[in-house]
Design a protein around this ligand. Structure first.
Ligand code: SF4
Length: 243
């Protein structure tokens, strides 16, 4: 049996680093001023032409990339871009159009079912009602928030994986669940920034403050962010220093 070394008397138990506190209100405002200055009118990346095609695209985007959804909806919306046409197309055919997207069978079922509900209950029109949207098949709080924000300009923040990560990294707000982050951000972020806050955060998380390795050297809020493990610029390639 191997000797087990006794712990050194001077050894210290590993300490867990305390996360930084969320930025103060003034810094939070400056962060969103920077986002606004860089991109005054940020756009979502899901292709759509009206609230209905947006709703369907967001339902399809669960656990799928926007790009894969856009490829599928380009064909699907060519034959069915309103609730009546979607119901007429039917679940099997919808599934064929979206089969390159994960969970396509259940998504096809939900899209046809929600289209039928919209036809029967709202004349085929998507109403700006969170309660109603969340009652539709395949539509949860996040999807409802995206539709209310993008289609109806409501100051909501849909908390996806990017927004949740950024909120804790910068930090804007620390809270245990996406719902709590949403409520907290909607309270903390000044109202003038709320209509676009969701897109600024998503796009920043997707292209700069990425999950595995944030690109801090090219981050426009690096001096305001309190993340303790910011990345450094890449070292020059071989030979570049000597040149
Ligand atoms: S400085 Fe780095 S960690 Fe902070 S927001 Fe920018 S990319 Fe993210």
């Amino acid at each position: 049996m191997p000797d087990r070394k006794p712990p050194s008397r001077t050894a210290r138990a590993p300490t867990r680093r305390r996360p930084p506190k969320p930025v103060d209100a003034g810094t939070l405002r400056r962060i969103f001023e920077r986002f606004r200055e860089a991109e005054p009118e940020p756009q979502g990346e899901l292709e759509h032409v009206d609230p209905y095609t947006l709703l369907v695209a967001v339902v399809l985007s669960a656990q799928a990339t926007d790009r894969s959804v856009n490829i599928a909806t380009a064909k699907l919306y060519g034959v069915a871009s309103d609730p009546a046409a979607m119901v007429a197309l039917g679940e099997e055919a919808v599934a064929e159009y979206i089969r390159t997207i994960g969970l396509y069978r259940i998504k096809a079922k939900n899209v046809v079912a929600l289209s039928r509900r919209l036809l029967d209950e709202h004349g085929g029109v998507v109403p700006p009602s969170r309660a109603y949207l969340e009652s539709l098949p395949g539509v949860g709080g996040k999807t409802a928030s995206v539709v209310l924000n993008m289609a109806f300009g409501e100051p909501t923040i849909a908390v996806d994986t990017h927004v949740f990560r950024l909120s804790h990294r910068i930090p804007l707000l620390i809270a245990p669940t996406p719902d709590a982050v949403q409520r907290g951000l909607e309270e903390r972020i000044p109202r003038e920034f709320l209509p676009h806050a969701h897109h600024w955060l998503i796009l920043h998380g997707r292209y700069v403050c990425k999950a595995r390795r944030p690109d801090c050297p090219r981050c426009l809020i690096a001096d305001l962010c309190r993340y303790p493990d910011k990345t450094l610029p890449a070292p020059p390639a071989d030979g570049a220093a000597a040149a």
